[in-house]
Design a protein around this ligand. Structure first.
Ligand code: HEM
Length: 338
């Protein structure tokens, strides 16, 4: 299996570039919001039921035995806030995403925060928008007008993929498929995972509301009283050609590595659109590094996420805490978004 083409020093430098810009943007756009994925369409509860019959070699970590875990699931759009005090409209093209957090998961975790959780983060497309941490650093620089011409040129394919993802029509976030795009360990094997709904989305009339994605979830789970059910699927690494670890821009084709079902994710009909839930949502932190070592994230992109997610969550939670314990003057909270 190939190693990252980036040297350890280049990986670290790229990670710090991303983090420094992110911390600045976060401070500008809303210090207690996520810099990426600030807009939530709903934080809902559910369960993750490990299949009774899974291949012996895949019975590792949370899949070691048939068991049902409680979970939180957060549906989001990826783009940063439009400006301070203003999240983007759902009518704008965006990457849609899903983060799930299994609870009361036993066993030592990779990080020493959140001792009982196992998170999975996914977007609504099978491939990612950059190959490695350097690509993400270039993209982050471009987003604040700091990329030079060569860096901008290197992002041509990235802009194409972003266009392909953001032009997908999503009518209801509960009814589309999500992919990890980056690889993970499953014990001694390597996998990518995906969460696929049992019912399919039916984009109909053109939406008109800036928050139509949350409204679709409220209608489905709270008004129509329907459950949302998904398969949790994995694809196994085959070889570097067909299923590379260091290039999340290359799709692992299903004909090379078919999906295997390991669990069912069920989000029962429920009410979730209220203030207390929104506060819980804002305070939570999801990262692929909240994990058992058996499911450790792999590759340059995932490695960059280890530091970035922890630091960015620490900064925004610190801000919430500080504001609560030490109320700030109007002039310093900048609560006029203009
Ligand atoms: C180098 C690559 C990446 C960087 C630097 C990055 C950065 C971030 C940051 C800063 C956040 C906000 C975290 C917080 O405030 O708690 C975030 C959230 C998120 N990211 Fe990434 N990301 C990367 C790659 C990915 C990939 C590959 C995926 C999945 C395919 C992904 C899916 C998500 C999701 C679903 C969330 C929202 C989590 C939530 O609901 O709290 N990201 N990302």
């Amino acid at each position: 299996m190939s190693d990252s083409n980036l040297s350890a020093a280049a990986q670290e430098a790229a990670t710090d570039t991303i983090l420094n810009i992110d911390l600045n943007v976060q401070a500008q756009k809303g210090p207690d919001l996520r810099k990426d994925h600030p807009k939530s369409h709903g934080l809902v509860w559910g369960e993750f039921k490990v299949e009774d019959k899974i291949p012996e070699s895949l019975k590792v970590g949370i899949f070691a035995q048939p068991k049902t875990y409680s979970l939180w699931a957060r549906f989001s759009s990826a783009s940063e806030a439009e400006k301070r005090g203003k999240l983007r409209s759902d009518l704008d093209p965006d990457i849609r995403a899903l983060a799930i957090k299994l609870l009361q998961v036993e066993g030592e975790k990779v990080l020493d925060v959140e001792k009982e959780t196992q998170d999975f983060l996914l977007i609504n497309h099978p491939i990612f928008i950059v190959r490695d941490a350097q690509g993400f650093a270039n993209l982050t620089k471009a987003s604040v007008g700091q990329a030079n011409e060569e860096e901008l040129r290197s992002l041509a394919l990235t802009f194409e993929v972003i266009k392909a993802i953001t032009s997908k029509q999503v009518a209801n976030p509960l009814l589309v498929q999500y992919w990890s795009t980056t690889p993970y360990q499953l014990g001694s094997q390597v996998i990518k995972f995906s969460i696929k709904p049992h019912s399919s989305d039916t984009p109909g009339s053109t939406p008109t509301s800036e928050t139509y994605l949350r409204e679709a979830m409220v209608k489905y789970l709270s008004e129509d009283g329907l459950d949302a059910t998904f398969d949790f699927l994995v694809q196994l690494y085959v070889d570097d050609e067909k299923t590379p670890i260091e290039d999340p821009m290359q799709e692992w084709q299903e004909q090379d590595s078919p999906f295997i079902k390991l669990a069912t994710v069920k989000i029962p009909a429920q009410k979730f659109d209220f203030e207390e839930r929104k506060r819980l949502d804002e305070g939570l932190s999801f990262t692929p590094w909240h994990t058992l070592p058996e499911h450790e994230p792999l590759g340059s992109v995932n490695l960059a996420r280890k530091k970035v997610y922890q630091e960015i969550a620490k900064a925004r939670r610190g801000n919430i805490q500080h504001r609560l314990t030490e109320p700030q003057a109007y002039s310093s909270v900048l609560d006029n978004p203009q």
